[in-house]
Design a protein around this ligand. Structure first.
Ligand code: AMP
Length: 414
């Protein structure tokens, strides 16, 4: 390997039964190794590890996150990256909910871990898994500084009017109820890339960003600062997603509790796992949805139409909120790869100066690019997101600020 291990950052994104990871150079973005641990705690788990053009797989029971990471570290060693021996510059952990406490990348200490754990009431599916990943990594790489990068951080500065829910203010204050927003690392990264691509000063650029992956969210960014976003107290609000339905009349929940006898767990399952594209069509992967539509499946068609309708509703809202829009950008799995979604989301908006060029939109290019015609009033772009790189850079910055000291240093929650 050409990179020096102690210049690389290990980025970890741990879910309840999975760990996604990447070892990369925070300067160049070059990925030295990456992989995925899946089905932790189930009878048959798996690890897929990629390094230097090689792919190694492991199948067998993986009882917990620590066992999964141990396997991963063995695979690193087998492919020439002995993390424990050579060391890495830092570990960057994606943490979903930073609540009111964390709005900057934060050096991890015992206090920080405890605070992230306490925020689990706001993100019961995500924060406990993030904590497990952090604790396991701290045990396995004790001397390495670890940094938490929060998915909510970028949206901390949302204007009061955008982040306040109009319910009893005392109830909201007592329970931390406000719009926090998620996918912040991606929205912030893409907003920076857009300004660079357009060669505009970020603080003079107004933009609308659609992060359309399995989870999906949109943001309005005014001069580099968040003006609004679709996700809320939790990642359930806003756009239609793979398995989440986004906006609902809250009365639906009351109706289900009273008339169908559903309790909190059943509603949680319904909203997080069995709604959205999957709830309407039976599949959550957009490529499968497209295949069903092509085969004439009517429920798949309706799911697609509802998805596009919601996108356009927020597009309209954000155009008005921003007043002047310098770029509309699509990113993440669906946003980067589905010309149909991009064309349908922006169809018939010529009066607003918004058009999509069919040839540019369907060109098989990767990388940041225009999909609006040359000279269009509102540039429309596709910009690949790279959350891992953004996390690696943030972690590297925090370590530099703390003089490269390890996670035994107290940083305090911010
Ligand atoms: P992400 O969460 O960003 O990884 O995005 C996952 C989503 O992107 C899934 O719904 C995929 O089906 C979708 N996706 C990936 N590639 C394509 C493609 N070529 N066309 C349409 N959707 C895609």
């Amino acid at each position: 390997m050409s990179e020096r291990a102690d210049e690389l950052v290990l980025v970890i994104n741990s879910g309840s039964s999975s760990i996604k990871y990447q070892l990369l150079d925070p300067e160049s973005g070059v990925v030295a190794a990456s992989g995925l641990v899946e089905r932790i705690g189930e009878e048959r788990g798996s690890v897929e590890h990629r390094a230097d053009g090689r792919r190694i797989e492991h199948e067998g029971p993986i009882p917990d996150h620590k066992a999964g990471l141990r396997l991963v570290f063995d695979m690193f060693a087998d492919t020439g990256h002995d993390l424990a021996a050579a060391g890495v510059r830092a570990v960057g952990h994606r943490v979903v909910h930073g609540g009111e406490i964390f709005y900057e990348p934060t050096l991890i200490t015992d206090d920080v871990v405890a605070a992230i754990s306490e925020l689990s009431t706001l993100a019961p599916l995500h924060n406990p898994a993030n904590v497990t990943g952090i604790e396991s990594t701290r045990e396995l790489l004790p001397g390495v500084p670890q940094v938490a990068v929060f998915d909510t951080a970028f949206f901390h500065g949302l204007p009061e009017a955008a982040k306040t829910y109009a319910i009893d203010a005392k109830v909201a204050a007592a329970h931390g109820i406000r719009k926090y927003g998620f996918h912040g690392t991606s929205h912030e990264y893409v907003a920076g890339q857009v300004a660079e691509f357009l060669d505009r000063a970020p603080d003079r650029t107004n933009q609308i960003i659609f992060h359309l992956g399995n989870g999906a969210s949109a943001s309005a960014v005014r001069g580099g600062d968040p003006a609004d976003t679709t996700m809320g107290l939790t990642p359930l609000e806003g756009l239609v997603m793979g398995t989440r339905g986004g906006d609902l009349d809250p009365g639906i929940l009351l109706h289900l509790m009273r008339s169908a006898g559903l309790d909190a767990d059943a509603i949680d399952r319904l909203l997080n796992r069995n709604s959205g594209i999957k709830g309407l069509s039976g599949v959550n992967d957009f490529r499968e949805l497209q295949r069903l539509i092509d085969a004439g499946d009517e429920s798949a068609r309706l799911a697609y139409d509802v998805y596009i309708h919601r996108l356009r509703r927020y597009l309209g809202a954000y155009l008005v909120e921003l007043g002047r829009v310098d770029a509309i950008t699509f990113t993440a799995g669906v946003g980067e790869n589905s010309p149909a979604v991009r064309a349908d989301a922006l169809a018939g908006l010529e009066n607003f100066g918004i058009t999509v060029d069919p040839a540019r939109n369907t060109a098989k290019e990767r990388g940041a690019r225009y999909i609006s015609p040359a000279g269009a009033k509102v540039p429309v772009l596709v910009v690949p997101t790279n959350e891992e790189l953004a996390i690696a850079r943030a972690a590297s910055r925090v370590v530099a600020e703390h003089g490269g000291r390890s996670n035994s240093v107290e940083s305090g929650g911010r």
